[in-house]
Design a protein around this ligand. Structure first.
Ligand code: GLA
Length: 364
């Protein structure tokens, strides 16, 4: 029986948050935590999915992997089979075994890691070569699985990051035309390290807050009569009559500018400027987009006080993780300061993780 093993990393987003579904700019990087999926072909049409880190195994058939049929964690895995078949792939029944080191619900794209590891494993199983073109096809299938089967109305940042990044680099993504560019991240040469703090505040993208932000953006676009917020200026933002829609749109417009400025800063090795942009991004997400939470704000403030060059929440928000760019010799001091601040605030202990860049999803 033929077997194929796919592995996909999680990601952090360096900057460019809640811009993907607004045709905007993002700059994510892969992290050194990954999900591994072993796919074993069957000679019937049955499908099973089990995970060492999840509760219930799932079982069904190829025909029951689609919207409204699969349930629970496995929707992210078997939904990919549905999306690939929708795209015309002929797949055998399959047993999927999942193992993962990507923390769940931490805003580090454990869902995309699962989807993309399944997609890569299936490509291997049916002998499709992982060309750039195929990677783009897998991004599309994983996005459909996430939005249509799992019901998370996300914007494509995560799947693009984990499937399209080059080893060791960040990925500038322009969601208006779908183009990407590798961005080297040589902060290590300047003695800096990117660290991740998982607040352990649970984070889900299917419970309404994320969808409500998308709806606000759509309402703003409609009022402005534009094709997307990518086309909006700050003068347009002032034309909106609802202060909430103004704030949402202001975040998106200014965040796109910060991504472009961040790439310029990185290419000039101007780490202080990158830090300032990260900080401004966090403030905008906190005050205008309102997707931060007290734990994320404490990580960011504490990391900066303890010597970080820049810090911000990363990912969708409402909990999840923050990132901080810190002088390498300050890493432990920053982590200890965050731990102490969480104790002082009466928050549950955070979890400290390493950041990347690592490498994209691949066959093992
Ligand atoms: C989540 C979504 C992404 C993106 C970010 C916010 O990670 O899955 O599509 O919208 O939130 O930038």
């Amino acid at each position: 029986m033929s077997t194929s093993v796919g592995r996909s990393p999680g990601r952090v987003n360096l900057i460019g948050e809640h811009t993907d579904y607004n045709d905007g700019l993002c700059l994510p990087l892969t992290i050194p935590y990954a999900t591994t999926v072993t796919a074993t072909a069957r000679d019937d049409d049955r499908v099973s999915a089990r995970s060492s880190g999840q509760g219930e195994p799932w079982s069904g058939t190829l025909a029951t992997t689609g919207p409204g049929q699969a349930e629970g964690w496995a929707t992210y895995a078997v939904g990919v089979l549905w999306a690939l078949r929708e795209a015309g792939w002929e797949l055998p029944g399959v047993d999927l075994e999942v193992e993962s080191t990507v923390p769940m619900g931490a805003g580090l794209s454990s869902s995309a890691a699962l989807e993309c590891a399944v997609a890569v494993a299936m490509a291997g199983l049916v002998d499709r070569e992982l060309t750039d073109e195929l990677r783009h096809e897998l991004v599309a299938a994983c996005r459909r699985a996430e939005s249509e089967v799992a019901g998370a109305p996300t914007g494509g940042l995560d799947q693009s990051a984990v499937l399209l990044s080059a080893p060791g680099a960040g990925l500038l993504i322009d969601f208006e035309d779908g183009s990407t560019r590798d961005v080297a991240l040589p902060w290590g040469d300047a003695g800096l390290t990117l660290v991740v703090v998982d607040t352990q505040v649970s984070h889900t993208l299917t419970d309404g807050g994320y969808g409500a932000r998308r709806a606000d953006c759509e309402a703003a676009v409609e009022q402005l009569g534009l094709s997307s917020l990518r086309r909006a200026t700050l003068a347009d933002v002032d034309r909106l009559d609802d202060p909430r829609l103004q704030a949402r749109a202001r975040h998106v417009v200014t965040e796109n500018g910060r991504v472009a400025d961040a790439v310029t800063a990185i290419e000039a090795a101007d780490w202080a400027e990158l830090g300032r942009l990260m900080q401004a991004s966090h403030v905008s997400l906190r005050d205008d987009y309102e997707v931060s939470c007290p734990e994320l704000d404490v990580v960011v403030a504490t990391a900066l006080e303890a010597g970080a060059v820049g810090a911000r929440m990363t990912g969708g928000g409402f909990g999840g993780s923050a990132i901080a760019l810190v002088p390498s010799e300050r890493t432990q001091a920053v982590r200890r300061a965050v731990d102490a601040a969480f104790v002082a605030e009466g928050f549950a202990a955070p979890r400290h993780l390493d950041a990347g860049p690592s490498g994209p999803a691949h066959l093992v």
